[in-house]
Design a protein around this ligand. Sequence first.
Ligand code: LMR
Length: 394
Amino acid sequence: MLSNLKAQAPDKILMLIEEFKVDTRQGKIDLGVGVYKDAQGLTPVMRAVKAAEQQIWESQTTKTYTGLAGEADYRNALTGMIIGDGWPADRVASVASVGGTGAVRQALELARLANPAVTVHVSDPTWPNHNSILKFMGLPSVEYRYFDPETRGVDFEGMKAGLARARKDDLVLLHGCCHNPTGANLTLDQWAEVADILEKTGAIPLIDLAYQGFGDGLEEDAAGTRLIVSRLPQVLIAASCSKNFGIYRERTGLLLAVCENAATRDLAQGSLAFLNRQNFSFPPDHGARIVSTILTSDALRADWAAELEDVRKGMLALREQLADELRDLTGSDRFDFIAQHRGMFSRLGATPEQVQRLKQDAAIYMVGDSRLNIAGLNQQTVPVLARAIVDAGI
Ligand code: LMR
């Protein structure tokens, strides 16, 4: 039976990791997968995470099952971080998920349970795995314009025209901050216009919030999401702790369903727990417990937020440095968008051939659509990349 299986197309982002590993060239630079790296090229365990793990190790007396929806402490603390303290508890259903990807998948399953005819509107471009999951689930999807290849900013007129085509009870998948793969983000005024369109169409926003704290700050990066929650009766939010807590492999995420009233909230909560049970039963707990330990301790929370802020500022400094180098080398401001983008990624706007040239000639790896991971750079490699970008004719 298993011999009937078809070969699956490899994930383009994950494939790069393997290609990079076997490249024996000195000085190779990995700007592929979205993982934070410090100046030494390491992905450190954050101080507060280590401290929380120690506390858990010392105090935990059992590893018996958690609740099907995950621990309430975790869900409540993270919900506050995302939609702000004072969130409407009687309207919010939540479930711990297997990473941010698990939350996206679960959100789509929940939407399909509620509306079997759901169509999902996704930004063009979006994280490739969004499209891959949608295809795998057989959910119809439609792209809305998002990126302007000329300015490397948001094509907001195109986006609005696309969103206006959504129907009632369709899903509109939005990136809460730090758009992946482009790095181009909405202003708060633009979020307000998006809310207007969602109100008018009756489509439901599904906000993928995978990089809170990596763009303009923890609060600032949640501002668009909070605005949507304040304006719309129903909102789905898929959040990830992989990046901002640096706990990638612990698979720690949360799905929130903000509902119009308490009765619908109860229905959503029951369906979310049911979906967990069908898919994997109880959600992973270790990462969730790290997060709740940090968020509910003033000292650990402050230390974690300070370290996250250092990470964010480090990425911003690298953005500035790269834009400066390219301004010097090209005598033009056409790469200034790199300093304006936010989060881990920027889309350079290079052709696949140019991206290939960077790999072949300079051992610089980035995703084929010319998405580069800023956090894969350091002060020494920025000039190397800038030179290679110019040499590749980008
Ligand atoms: C990325 O876009 O590189 C990250 O979200 C990691 C992943 O799983 O693709």
